[in-house]
Each structure stands twice: as structure tokens, then as C-alpha cells.
Design a protein around this ligand. Structure first.
Ligand SMILES: [Zn+2]
Length: 410
């Protein structure tokens, strides 16, 4: 028995202040219980670090550890409470677990690695025999630990994006590091105050170092940027402009489809994605349907052509050429007489300085787009988050490129 306790003592890598008191194996319960005892002389306050005296021991607590073979392994201990002259009676911190966690750090470290490498969170949780809440708690703690030690690196190009949350009109605002292609932080709402709060998560020197901010034309975003990053250029990049153009084409399609259906013509029904795809990405069947629709001289086809021709804008080699193309494109839109496209044109015209800023910074849209679809996948796989904190933690866990290693052993 002595050998077994020594064995576990070594396996757990405990400091000299803790010893393995006994190890119990339950074959029927498929469980091993390892009982620890505090044998140190000094205790330190968990609040201020001051040395105190042992006041008493907290009731027994249990932590799930890494399995021993196929046996679930549980650490059991009564944690001493220190009498601190400054803070009063406080439970001391233990070397094997975070406060308020029911798992050892080694278990959490293993769970984090598995969750990071498994695209399906539910599958990983099942392998770990963890419920949804316990998995979320482990992820939350991993994110908190990593955020608290994240260094304030220089950020030259950042992006601000919105994403819907819950059903209806709830939104979250996401701050991206474009060069590092990672999410920096997330807040609830998409108001000026929320955006300011998000930008205030950056340090003063990070804020002054930002050269460009990639955003859509939502006013609160621009207001917050102007206030907190006055030196930075606002850039409405391809990703954001495409959203407006695609949306306008879709509204034209819906309106026209409604009109056509009245006369028994259903050719536009179910064609939403036909107008969203680029022709070069269509397969033969899709291309056939698209060509057919284009030949029927529909307003939707005209709107699509206007949207599609705007791609040339992004390929202009200089700002001057882009300016020229833009005024030409605006004239063509006016000639089309399509009210909705003219509205989008008006919007783009009002923001043309920020759109042309693209040619100063050449901020690529691929990062925002990539992160956006990754977040969309997280949302879909969790069937919608009801709790903002869990949603934020999940986004930062998978898209934050955080260093979530656990150094303290066990
Ligand atoms: Zn204290």
C-alpha cells in the first residue's frame, strides 16, 4: 500500500506540503480515489499572499483527474483555511486545481487540447465524459487564464464586425486583429458605447499604433473609432461592401419574384443562391440555370450585373484608377433606373473616402470573412447560445489564437 501511495505521489508531482494519504480502488465503480493530506507548516493567504496560520480545514472536496487506465480518477482533499491578519479566514490555493474548478489542472489541460483539435465540441465532450456545462466551464477558465497573460502586442490593422446573437435583433460586436487573423474580444450589443468598450480593451499604446480599422457602414462603429482611434483610417473593405450589394440584389429578386408569381411565372423562386455565387464557382447545372435567368432580361439580372461589375473596383492598381472606375460605375447605376441599386450607390458615394482608403492600406477581406464563417459554424453547432459569456468564451477559445497551455502541474 505504501508503494502505491508513493507511486501516486510521484505521478501527481505534488509539492512536499501535500502527501498521498491513501488510494482506494473501486472495481465495481470503475473508479480510483486518491486522498491527499496537507502536511506543510506554513499557509499563505489566497488573497494577499501573506503568511498566516492554519485556522481549520474546509469540508472535503473532490476533483476529477486524468483517468488511470480506464478508471476515472478522483482527487479528494480537505483544504486548509489560513488565518490572515489582513484578510481574515481564507481557503488557500491548491497546486493541482484552479479555484472553483471541479477538475485538476492536468485534466483541464488534456480537455483543452482535445477540444482544440476536435472540430466538433460535442464529440470531444463525449470522449471526455463531460456534460455541456462542465465543458463550457473548462473553456471559460482556459480563456480567462489565457487572456490574463496575453501580451499587448502592436496591432496595425484591426476590424470590427457584428454578428447576430440569439434569435431576433440581438447583436454582438467582434474586434479582430487582421494581421494576426484572430479575434481579440467580443462585447454584447452594437452600439457606440459597446464599441467604445471593446476598443478600450486595447492598451493606450495599442490604440495609438492602429493604422486602419476595417468596418461596415454602421454609424456607431465609425463614431467609436473616431473618438478612440482618431489617427486611424476607417476602411470599408470588399467584404463589407459585398454584403450591401448582395443584399440589394436579393431584395430586387424578392420584389420581382413576387410580381412574376402573380402572372404564374415562378422562374425566380428559390434562386437566392444563384445570384450570390460567382459564375466561375458554378457547376454546369448551376451555370445553365444562371444563363437562362440572365437571358430572360429580368431586373434581378441587371442588379446582379451591377453588383458583379463592382468587383473591378477592388482590382484597380491605384486609388486614382479606382476613383475613375467608381464614378463610371455610379453613372451606369443611375442609367439602370433601379431604385434599390441607386440607394446602395448613394450609400457608397457618401462613404467613398473610406472605401477608397482600401487603396492606402490594402486590407484584405479574407480574414474578416474567414473569422465570420468560423463564428457562424460555432453558432450553428451549439444551436444558438443563450448566454453571452459562453458565446464569447467559445469564440475566443476557437478564434482567439490564445495560448491556453497550463504550466502549473499537476
Ligand atoms: Zn490576506
Amino acid at each position: 500500500m505504501q508503494k502505491l501511495t508513493t507511486h501516486y505521489q510521484q505521478l501527481l508531482g505534488l509539492p512536499a506540503t501535500w502527501e498521498v494519504e491513501d488510494v482506494n480502488l473501486s472495481l465495481t465503480g470503475q473508479r480510483i480515489e486518491v486522498r491527499l493530506r496537507f502536511i506543510g507548516n506554513a499557509v499563505f493567504c489566497s488573497e494577499c499572499g501573506l503568511q498566516g496560520t492554519v485556522y481549520d480545514h474546509a469540508p472535503e472536496q473532490r476533483w476529477r483527474h486524468l483517468d488511470t487506465m480506464q478508471f476515472e480518477t478522483i482527487i479528494i482533499a480537505r483544504i486548509p483555511r489560513s488565518q490572515c491578519s489582513r484578510c481574515g479566514v481564507k481557503t488557500i490555493t491548491v497546486p493541482w486545481a484552479d479555484r472553483h474548478s471541479r477538475f485538476t489542472l492536468m485534466f483541464e489541460g488534456f480537455a483543452i487540447a482535445l477540444l482544440q483539435h476536435c472540430s466538433n465540441t460535442q464529440a470531444a465532450a463525449k470522449m471526455l465524459r463531460l456534460g455541456w456545462q462542465a465543458t463550457s466551464d473548462i473553456m471559460n477558465r482556459a480563456v480567462q487564464r489565457a487572456l490574463s497573460r496575453r501580451a499587448p502586442e502592436k496591432l496595425s490593422h484591426i476590424g470590427i464586425d457584428e454578428k447576430s446573437f440569439k434569435s431576433g435583433h440581438h447583436y454582438i460586436t467582434i474586434l479582430n486583429d487582421i494581421a494576426g487573423s484572430r479575434v481579440l474580444d467580443v462585447v454584447e450589443e452594437r452600439t457606440t458605447e459597446a464599441t467604445e468598450m471593446l476598443l478600450e480593451t486595447l492598451t493606450e499604446s495599442q490604440r495609438t499604433g492602429v493604422a486602419s480599422v476595417s468596418v461596415d457602414m454602421w454609424k456607431p462603429f465609425a463614431s467609436a473609432v473616431k473618438k478612440l482611434l482618431p489617427q486611424a483610417d476607417i476602411v470599408h473593405d470588399r467584404f463589407h461592401i459585398s454584403k450591401y450589394l448582395n443584399n440589394a440584389v436579393d431584395i430586387v429578386r424578392r420584389q420581382e419574384s413576387r410580381q412574376l408569381c402573380k402572372t404564374g411565372n415562378t422562374s425566380l423562386v428559390g434562386s437566392k443562391f444563384t445570384w450570390l455565387r460567382n459564375p466561375e464557382n458554378m457547376n454546369t447545372v448551376q451555370k445553365g440555370r444562371f444563363d437562362e435567368l440572365m437571358e430572360s432580361m429580368l431586373e434581378t439580372g441587371v442588379a446582379w450585373s451591377l453588383k458583379n461589375s463592382f468587383r473591378v473596383f477592388w482590382e484597380c492598381p491605384t486609388e486614382a484608377r479606382a476613383k475613375l472606375f467608381f464614378s463610371y460605375w455610379c453613372e451606369v447605376v443611375d442609367k439602370s433606373g433601379l431604385k434599390l441599386m441607386m440607394e446602395v450607390k448613394g450609400l457608397l458615394k457618401r462613404h467613398s473616402n473610406n472605401i477608397l482608403n482600401y487603396f492606402k492600406h490594402w486590407v484584405t477581406n479574407a480574414v474578416s470573412e474567414g473569422l465570420n464563417s468560423k463564428i457562424q459554424m460555432l453558432k450553428a453547432s451549439a444551436r444558438g447560445f443563450h448566454n453571452f459569456e459562453s458565446y464569447r468564451a467559445r469564440i475566443l477559445f476557437y478564434c482567439g489564437k490564445l495560448d491556453m497551455r497550463i504550466d502549473t502541474v499537476p
